[in-house]
Design a protein around this ligand. Structure first.
Ligand code: GLC
Length: 765
């Protein structure tokens, strides 16, 4: 059917009217564009809280085919009369085209046939379910997809279908199709192909589906059951440019406290103050650095949130006080479910003020979680979030230094919360189906804001469930993994994709949470975990103990080696976090992020970069001692023996149990700290840089180092010091202070030039 397009240009947007639909297009920069149904323009976005000013120069002109052409200095957007949108870059390269055909849904069977297929346990999900939004985009043969949060499987998401519906399923989450949904919903991805890059953020927090070429090779499909038709398109010369723009919109992780980058030990649950103190002693005796012990649900009185079992965990802040003498901090878990118990003040206050979710009849809704019958705070409401934020004071008074938000999908033991459970925000009543995916996000926000207000330090919040933008409030862990090799393998793409989704502060339960770990698995896991931004070992009740000393001396030695390495590299990690606040880049990065022109990196599932300077190639298979390593362009130096490796080549690397292959890029300038048992053990008044050069002595390098007090918000007032270090060709090293605001800046700085000690032979060689 022939349509006529008319349009109105407002100062910062274009409204397009056709016979069937009205769309609004806004530009946030020359590369970032929002496309939404005009009727949805003002829908609530949970991800984007403070929309940046959106004006950029653009031109709108009618096109020859009676459509429209809108150009910025980077994008050339062509809208045909039937409202199909094709996006080119300013060089005329087609980046993304709307798909012109119809969806080819999977075959439908008769009810009888379906039942038969289901009987043996096969999947019979109906993917044709009605959707309010279906976006079909043309799929180019060479497109790779990254991001989409914590989904199972491999780095490249092409060819699979995922669901955004925060899900607590502690069964071993293996590949899709069984596990289409995980704990987190981040409806954002980056597409990379030979013709260029782009990103899409579908700002719809409802249950949504991302079919990335699962049902067809011709298109990919984004569907929503309800909610807004509203997506953002990000163009960019590199994937890094796209991430920068996406995080400019949805926010970046704020600088963490330095100690949170140290090692964390956890288990469900350390059963008493005595056990926690003795654990802390063992860490110090074995000289394995550790900053923090996590307290799982048993520290509470009958699992009632914001209570404390004084019989087992001591009165007042006595436990935290004793722990702090040895440099340990405590983090405690808080779930959203509030026990139904008249006389329990959290419950009573919530009931009195109507803070809890209700059923369609207005009765407070109950389900079952750890404390038994429980009710669920309506975190959608500002007042409820402020109340919840204030409750954190109970834990701060006990000396708790960080809050671990769990079960906030929300998880429930008596069946899922019905779709129509109501969460009010004072004005609007949201149905559970509409806010399920942001429940954990809003809980983290409440926790973050409460801690910030009452603690005055940079809040340390960990969350299991989250949505796009949660990186502003919390770090994440990947939930209930298992002590299986498949989960160690998956940790790498999972953490890399979280990073490619704007969530840079993330980790997995080292050693695996469910099932029994083995010595070998634990050793190999710490060799990955020591590089992940959140560095925590955690395990479930009834599983084999997996603290570093649970096995033998060899395990202790290996564990200590990697925890020490992490503490040595703490200033590097801290710099990467600071860098993230400026450009949204993750800490742990897929090789593809920096070497996207190199095909060998695009599907690299078992290696990763830490910043730009380090490349880790851990062993993630049982019994393996030799592995294939691919090094992208440039010259690389083996961290352990300083051998030189030419890039663009494959190598076979011998990696016995105590070795995680680790390479430093020639030209790298690595900041290091002396060995410490915890952050703050030593007053650091000096920094040491390791500067890696190549044998032909031609590389140059540059590095920015950032320093502040690592604790509070004084840096926002300029109380930080920034150093620029550069390596010239003739081994000349210059250090300049470009911002001098931190009162305790270093009194001295040293460096070593690390020269290669011979070169390695590549597979071709
Ligand atoms: C959930 C969490 C896990 C925690 C347990 C008990 O399974 O994912 O980390 O230990 O609950 O609180």
């Amino acid at each position: 059917m022939r349509q006529t397009l008319s349009y109105t240009v407002l100062p910062a947007e274009i409204c397009i009217q056709s016979d069937t639909e009205n769309y609004t297009i806004q530009f946030f920069s020359a590369t970032t564009m929002r496309i939404c149904r005009t009727a949805d323009k003002n829908h609530v976005s949970f991800a984007i809280e403070n929309l940046p000013p959106f004006h950029t120069d653009f031109c709108v002109n009618p096109s020859e085919d009676s459509g429209l052409q809108i150009t910025t200095s980077y994008l050339d957007v062509r809208i045909s009369p039937d409202l199909k949108i094709d996006i080119y870059d300013n060089r005329g390269t087609l980046l993304l085209a709307d798909y012109r055909g119809d969806r080819v849904t999977t075959q439908t069977l008769s009810e009888e046939q379906m039942a038969l297929v289901a009987m043996e346990g096969h999947q019979t999900e109906d993917t044709t379910a009605p959707a309010t939004t279906t976006i079909l985009k043309k799929l180019e043969p060479s497109t790779y997809f990254y991001g989409l949060g914590d989904k199972t499987g491999y780095l490249n998401k092409r060819g699979y279908e995922y669901m955004m519906w925060n899900t607590d399923n502690p069964e071993p989450q293996l590949e899709i199709p069984t596990f289409k949904a995980m704990y987190k919903s981040v409806p954002f991805f980056i597409a990379h192909s030979a013709s260029g890059n782009y990103g899409i953020f579908f700002d719809n927090q409802n249950r949504t589906y991302f079919d990335m070429g699962y049902e067809s090779n011709e298109y990919y499909c984004i569907r929503a059951e309800q909610g807004a038709y509203d997506y953002y398109f990000f163009g960019g010369d590199t994937m890094a440019d796209i991430l920068k723009e996406y995080t400019r919109l949805t926010g970046r992780a704020p600088l963490p406290q330095m100690w949170t980058l140290g090692y964390h030990q956890s288990r469900w649950s350390y059963s008493s103050a005595k056990e926690i103190l003795s654990l802390a002693d063992t860490f110090r005796r074995e000289q394995i650095p550790c900053d923090c012990i996590h307290m799982d649900i048993d520290y509470m009185d009958a699992f009632k949130v914001f209570t404390w079992n004084e019989t087992l965990y001591g009165e007042g802040n006595s436990l935290a006080g004793q722990m702090s003498k040895n440099g340990f901090k405590l983090v405690s878990i808080i779930d959203p479910g509030v026990k139904v118990e008249p006389g329990y003040d959290v419950y009573d206050t919530g009931v009195r003020n109507r803070y809890f979710a209700t059923d369609a009849q207005g009765e407070i809704y109950k389900n079952v979680v750890w404390p038994g019958d429980s009710v669920f705070p309506a975190f959608t409401d500002d007042t409820v979030r402020i109340w919840w934020g204030g409750l954190q004071k109970h834990l701060l008074e006990r000396g708790i230094r960080g809050i671990w938000n769990d079960m906030n999908e929300p998880a429930s033991f008596r069946g899922p919360l019905p779709d129509d459970i109501c969460f009010s925000d004072g004005n609007t009543t949201w149905k559970h189906s509409e806010i399920h995916n942001v429940y954990g996000h809003l809980m983290s926000k409440a926790t973050y804001e409460g801690l910030k207000q009452y603690d005055k330090k940079r809040p340390f919040v960990i969350t299991r469930a989250c949505y796009s933008g949660s990186q502003k409030y919390a770090c994440v862990w990947s939930g209930d993994n298992h002590s299986i090799w498949a989960h160690l393998q998956m940790a790498i793409p999972q953490l890399c994709n979280l990073g490619m989704s704007g969530i840079c502060f993330a980790g997995t339960d080292i050693g695996g949470f469910g099932s029994h770990t083995t010595k070998e698995l634990l050793c190999r896991w710490v060799e990955v975990g020591c590089f992940s931004p959140l560095f925590r070992n955690h395990s479930a009740k009834l599983t084999r103990r997996q603290e570093p000393f649970a096995f033998d001396t060899e395990t202790i030695n290996i564990y200590r080696k990697y925890v020490n390495l992490r503490y040595k590299l703490l200033p590097y990690y801290y710099d990467l976090f600071w860098e993230h606040t400026k450009n949204g880049l993750p800490i742990m990065r897929p090789l593809a992020l920096h070497y996207e022109q190199d095909k060998n990196t695009l599907e690299c599932n078992d290696m990763f970069l830490i910043g730009e300077q380090l490349l880790a190639a851990p062993v993630v298979n049982q019994g393996q001692e030799y592995r294939l390593v691919y090094l992208p362009e440039g010259t690389w130096i083996d961290y352990w023996n300083h051998r030189e490796y030419a890039g663009n080549a494959h190598y076979i690397y011998h990696a016995p149990l105590d070795t995680c292959p680790l390479f430093v890029k020639a030209g790298a300038i690595l900041p290091t700290y002396p060995a410490q048992q915890y952050v703050g053990e030593k007053a650091i008044d000096s920094i040491h840089f390791e500067i890696y050069i190549s044998s032909n002595d031609t590389v140059t390098g540059h590095y920015t180092h950032y320093l502040d007090n690592g604790t509070d918000f004084a840096y926002e007032q300029g109380r930080y010091t920034q150093y620029e270090i550069s390596l010239q060709k003739n081994r000349q090293v210059d250090i300049q202070i470009v911002h001098d605001g931190y009162e305790n800046a270093y009194t001295s700085m040293t460096y070593d030039i690390i020269e290669p000690s011979g070169s390695a032979v590549s597979l071709k060689g």
